[in-house]
Design a protein around this ligand. Structure first.
Ligand SMILES: *Cc1c(COP(=O)(O)O)cnc(C)c1O
Length: 464
């Protein structure tokens, strides 16, 4: 067997030991291999057999790759940061018991943005017998009073986003509450406008022009234990400069807080490191990104005479994105002469809404024809009643037949978590693969699941 990763990364150059590859720079999960018959294996399982056994569409998650990404973050901080560091998983990227469980056993914390994500993180920690204390950070620009209560009762750190939230917490004076303040840094980065959050007119976070008022308010409320500052500038970022600029800025804010008597210990620089979706994408490695972030913070602390804070980052996409693929069965096709050929698969915008939402570009391979020559240029269409339900434009594929298994790569982040039941498609199953074992981690929805919240009022039955 050969590692396909090497081929795709370096267009046929030498075999690359996957130990040396940064997980976020891989197109296929790091354990991907191809056998002599041109069949794709992930985590030691043959992809077409997984589809035969578990059905399609199917999310296939490579456990080794996911753990490796966690370890690459942790090891990089050990190497480049002399102080305490904590890596927190932005669980909105993919929130389910198994993913949270794996990440928790690698020692990472969680960022949650809703009561549902909090519930999932807490349950996975509980099932694994792990203590949630100090592990969970509760984000969100409009937490409901009920969610705030849930967060406080489970001892989360509340990442306060706005004045309304801060005023509600101020009234919770019978209890000490651990908080961080989220600020909008006013740093621009090059990514899709829907996933940029650092510019000043973002819906998230306090305006830094309000810092004085903010620090005064918090300093005057002794039950609000303000441990940190937070900023997140966006997602799928390939540059390191914005995070270095952010490091400077956030240490400056930390220093300003001192004059209000606020000893802020923790600085959270958010997530945002990009992954490779196509050969053209060139994100920095996890290691070099962490190195630059650490450098930025260390330099800023030296310049401003501050001691090193507890440094936190909260990646989502770069932890789970590259270690999962979605396998579909190919069905119908259509050629519009002189214009294009369509090949349709048995899923689409309901299991991967990113192309239609963000014009995201994906790449695919055919799991049972990995060594066949790429002779066709086709548009891979989903099966939804929506002309825009196109997964990939101009995909380069071998000649395919109905029943072939098409694999879309890098689908671990913001796919399952954004999936819907549009057109009443049941959401796909997900399997975790490792060394030839495959375990179901998300059961495929069935038609009864689709109806389980439906009600028929008596009145309708009587009036028939
Ligand atoms: C979405 C988000 C993240 C994670 O972003 P990635 O690009 O997936 O790493 C981290 N922090 C906050 C506050 C977010 O909203």
């Amino acid at each position: 067997m050969v590692s396909i990763q090497a081929k795709i990364l370096n267009s046929g150059a030498d075999y690359l030991q996957y130990e040396q590859v940064s997980v976020n720079q891989c197109l296929l999960p790091i354990t991907s291999e191809v056998d002599a018959d041109g069949h794709l294996f992930i985590g030691g399982s043959e992809v077409t057999s997984l589809v035969a056994r578990f059905g399609s569409p199917l999310y296939i998650l490579d456990e080794v790759g996911l753990r490796k990404a966690c370890q690459q973050y942790q090891e990089a901080f050990k190497q480049f940061y002399p102080g305490t560091a904590q890596v927190i998983y932005a669980s909105k990227a993919w929130s389910c018991l198994a993913v949270c469980g794996i990440i928790a056993t690698e020692g990472l914390g969680f960022d949650v943005v809703s009561g549902g994500e909090l519930y999932t993180a807490l349950r996975s920690l509980k099932e694994l017998g792990l203590d949630p204390e100090g592990k969970i950070y509760f984000h969100g620009n409009n937490k409901s009073p009920e969610e705030l209560r849930q967060g406080i009762e489970s001892n989360c750190t509340i990442v306060v986003d706005n004045w309304w939230e801060l005023e509600q917490l101020a009234q919770w004076s019978d209890q000490k509450i651990r908080i961080m303040l989220r600020l909008t840094p006013g740093i621009e980065c090059h990514t899709h406008e829907y996933i940029r959050t650092g510019h000043l007119d973002s819906k998230f976070g306090f305006d830094p022009h309000d810092l004085k008022k903010l620090f005064e308010f918090v300093a005057g409320r002794s039950h609000l234990n303000c441990v940190g500052l937070h900023a997140h500038i966006g997602s799928q970022i390939f540059e390191s400069q914005p995070h270095q600029d952010l490091a400077k800025l956030i240490v400056t804010w930390q220093k300003q807080a001192l004059s209000y008597g606020l000893q802020i210990q923790e600085l959270n620089l958010g997530g945002g490191l990009g992954i490779r979706y196509t050969e053209q994408d060139d994100p920095p490695s996890i290691q070099s990104w962490v190195e630059l972030v650490c450098q930025g913070v260390i330099e800023a602390c030296q310049d401003l005479g501050m001691s090193l804070p507890k440094l936190m980052v909260e990646p989502g996409r770069s932890l789970v994105g590259s270690s999962c693929v979605t396998a579909y069965r190919i069905g119908s096709s259509k050629t519009v002469p002189g214009i294009r050929s369509y090949v349709a698969v048995d899923g689409g915008m309901s299991d991967n809404p990113r192309p239609i939402t963000y014009q995201s570009v994906y790449r695919c391979v055919v799991a049972n024809r990995m060594t066949a020559p790429l002779t066709e240029t086709v548009t891979v269409a989903g099966k939804h009643c929506e002309s825009g339900d196109i997964l990939i434009h101009n995909a380069r594929l071998p000649k395919t037949e109905p029943g072939d298994v098409l694999v879309v790569m890098s689908t671990g982040a913001y796919n399952y978590s954004m999936a819907s039941n549009y057109n009443r498609l049941p959401r796909p199953a997900a399997v975790l693969v490792n060394q030839g074992e495959a375990n179901l981690i998300l059961r495929r929805e069935n038609y009864e699941d689709l109806l389980c919240q439906d009600l028929l009022p008596e009145r309708l039955l009587e009036s028939k």
